[in-house]
Design a protein around this ligand. Sequence first.
Ligand SMILES: *[C@@H]1O[C@H](CO)[C@@H](O)[C@H](O)[C@H]1NC(C)=O
Ligand SMILES: *[C@@H]1O[C@H](CO)[C@@H](O)[C@H](O)[C@H]1NC(C)=O
Ligand SMILES: *[C@@H]1O[C@H](CO)[C@@H](O)[C@H](O)[C@H]1NC(C)=O
Ligand SMILES: *[C@@H]1O[C@H](CO)[C@@H](O)[C@H](O)[C@H]1NC(C)=O
Ligand SMILES: *[C@@H]1O[C@H](CO)[C@@H](O)[C@H](O)[C@H]1NC(C)=O
Ligand SMILES: *[C@@H]1O[C@H](CO)[C@@H](O)[C@H](O)[C@H]1NC(C)=O
Length: 929
Amino acid sequence: MEKHISVHSPGRWTTLRSVIAITLSIGLALLYTQTKAEIASPIYPSLHKSPFQHKQYSKGLQKCRERFIFPSRINAEAREFNPRLNLYLNSTTKPKDFSTVIQNSLLLNGDGNVEQNLKDIYIANGLIYGIADAGSEESLKYNVSINPSRVIDAKGLYVTPGLVETHSHVGICTQPELRGVNDMFELMSPTTPFTRTLDAFNVGDPAIKLISFGGVTSALVLPSANTVSGEGFVFKMLVPPSVSAEQMLVQYDPNDTSPNTSINRQRYIKLACGENPKRRFKSLTSAPKTRMGSAYLFRSLFARATSLKEEQDNWCDKLEQGVDLNGKPFPESTELELPVALLRGKVRSNSHCYETYDIETLLRQAREFHFNITAIHHALDAYKIPDIIKQQDNKIAIATFSTEWGFKKEAFQGSVFSPKILDDNGIEVVFHSDHPANGGQDLIIQAQFGHNFGLPADKAFAGVTGNSAKVLGLDDRIGYIKKGYDADVVIWDRHPLQMGSSPLKVFIDGVSVLDAPLNVTHQRQSCPESLKPITTTEQKLESLKGLTTFIIRGIEKSYLNGFNVEKTGTNELLVQNGTITCFSKNCTISNVPVLKLHHGYLSPGATALTITHGLVEMPSEPETGDGDILDSGILNDFNDPHNVLFAKDGLQLESAHLERAHNSGTLRVITPPFRNEGHKFLTGVSAAFETDITNLENITKSEVALHLTIGDMGKQTILPTISSQISELRKLLVDNRMKDNIYGRALRGEIPLALHTNNKYVMLQLINLKKELVTPKMIFIGAIESHLIADDLAQNDISVVLSPWRCQRKFWDERRCLTGLHGTPTVVSVLKEHGVKFGIAVDDDKLVKFLFQEAGIAASRSIISPQEAIDSISTNIDDIFGLPHQNGFLVTEGSPVEFGSRIGAIVENGKLVNVFPELEPKFEIAQNY
Ligand SMILES: *[C@@H]1O[C@H](CO)[C@@H](O)[C@H](O)[C@H]1NC(C)=O
Ligand SMILES: *[C@@H]1O[C@H](CO)[C@@H](O)[C@H](O)[C@H]1NC(C)=O
Ligand SMILES: *[C@@H]1O[C@H](CO)[C@@H](O)[C@H](O)[C@H]1NC(C)=O
Ligand SMILES: *[C@@H]1O[C@H](CO)[C@@H](O)[C@H](O)[C@H]1NC(C)=O
Ligand SMILES: *[C@@H]1O[C@H](CO)[C@@H](O)[C@H](O)[C@H]1NC(C)=O
Ligand SMILES: *[C@@H]1O[C@H](CO)[C@@H](O)[C@H](O)[C@H]1NC(C)=O
């Protein structure tokens, strides 16, 4: 797969900088060929004849030489000491204190392969010192030679290299988000190749630690949005005692005090095409508004970079030829330094692009200016054009998401099967979280979903370890557990691709960053299966669609209330004329169409609390539905109840979002009025409807709850504080106590008040308001800090819809959420223990189609059963919002809250409405637009 060539460092240059070992990887590496080295090494003969010129231009001469110095690769085998370990040493702590052996490891390495035999892994001097079969003589030898201070018995748990993130904004977009520490978007110009994330990296970002608890030990931190955005750096996810950002660099070298410009390091440029550069600079009059404008700016910048490169080469040629340079110094530019280095093949390019034609434009630009694309990021449409992507000389990797879809036009065509399709076509796929877009601590979940939708397990795991390291050109030191590699090691509680997996111990450079007790209940657990494709036999069963008399055989388990499968064997479910007439081991009947499952699970359909379902198709395109309220003022005159908005008035059915929700088992949604920039104080009244209805008459409930947002998110010009929001809410309720309007109904408890809030104290204020006003029925939505007030919630009969249940800590109001990592409690566990009625939702509509998996992850990290997890996304939500239970159910092949399961049948109102539905129906717009 990967060829290596060796390039000898030209003898005369060794004084310049010692290049430790130069093994250049073809594959993804930016290359320097032997030919060039040979041409380069005997240059400047005439300099000897012109000593004066030599001296005057010595700086320029060095720059001329540096043109041919490329990122060096280290020879890990020969490494003896990891310089970062020094940062942890002092008068009392010696390197020896960090020597560790992890015995009996089930080693899953960076190539995604599991070692047959259990291994003992030795860590010394911040490096992997040796790996040997557990208890072998070789292991004993290592043991004698380092005499480890720490002995950990992994007892057969999975041990892996630390995960490598290929696209993060950790440190430059600190969590919780505050203006003072958000340094992600430099808007001075659409092209900012001179910006560097190292210059803004906040070592105080609490997300660094959280991310490391997710097993992520290194991350490429990229700038955002601009056509030519700037330079990224790869950081270790551990802040040293010195709190130095430079010392967190993976390529930290104590002997090199200029990591910005160091000549033999891997460097990274971030580029972007498509919607982001088009949108971000709306306010700059001179900035591009179209892709054409962005492309022009890109070309204009690279044309200037090309000229500068030529000028430099001419200058060096003249110097070499002894031509008088008339005092003119080596031509340079702060603005163009990075693009010129890219043109010289010294920088890895990482480009954010989604649409096929954006990718093609990027490749055209790369051809025009003769640079290579290392990785195309996000790239949700890349699966449609593997042949175009493979045209480039060097191998382009796709760094992507596995769950992203639908929120903007360029993300609309995304497919969960894209990693598999790309891999089938020989394109390397790695995953990124784009933290904080997705929490960096959940990077492994990207690999899990990629695998669930068909990417082979080894590729999925390599896509967050070894292959990611290759994309960064750092697979000479991270991404693998190999002798001499950085000792970045993770011990997992179960197979990392299993639902709910979590690191229990994490080491970075041999330093322990997470040290939870090992729980060996999941040892030697195997990798989960991928979703099986729908077979042709199953496809043929489509003819059963629409039947009201049928029998479903092979039901092993039931999560549907009132239906219990007998302990031994499987059950059958008979529906006759739209009524369930039998559920037992043997429903005696003949001549009824049969649907037979291998491992059938009966389950209710999910009810999702959504943001846009049924209102807008693409939130960033208001044309695609009801529209976007923006700050039109329509919601600002709260006092007149006639101004309250109802989602029922804006519904448009039969959308791609609804169809995908339906086909993944979300049979009902509850949607409040939509506002793209987030809900403000008064959101309006939600509607509930089944996801496959085509007639507005069939809405389940047109007025479900009155939604308000209280807290930081609810702040707006006329209600700039939380206290003003609460007093406004009090006034609206009290003033309408006796009136027959929405506020009066909410006060009297006739319609629930759905209050979107996360903050502990805001929730306590609202509980006080509830006591004061006596009757309102309150639901807290979001409520991620509700574990802190679980008793108050239970005592005051307030239900909670966690939206999401996963802890992100993106905003101030959610900074105290429970991570639920390494066996610590989740908010779900705490609410259950305190008897609070709760449901689970997602705060991002792309995840609606993964609601069952979200519930499954919640169950596997919490103390709730699969039954409780399913209830939390179905009947609990219905109960909380006062809706009747669904008149429908699912039969899945495999447990719906495990990976690898799929829907065999959807039955609604006694009718078989779907048989083995495609997860991604060929919805016209999604396919063709
Ligand atoms: C020395 O370093 C260790 C670990 O890096 C730390 O726990 C300890 O507090 C330090 N001691 C002193 C005296 O700085
Ligand atoms: C830094 O330079 C010193 C002196 O030349 C050398 O002993 C040491 O090994 C170097 N450190 C690294 C990490 O290269
Ligand atoms: C691009 O990649 C090819 C193939 O790996 C290599 O030969 C070429 O030198 C690279 N060009 C640049 C400018 O990096
Ligand atoms: C280990 O896991 C099991 C099953 O999940 C759980 O019951 C037990 O409490 C855990 N033990 C520890 C020490 O965390
Ligand atoms: C179902 O409907 C058909 C036609 O109306 C009728 O003949 C049959 O008896 C019904 N079967 C049951 C079980 O109700
Ligand atoms: C179901 O019941 C029928 C009639 O009693 C019997 O003929 C058949 O063998 C039974 N099937 C099974 C699988 O028990």
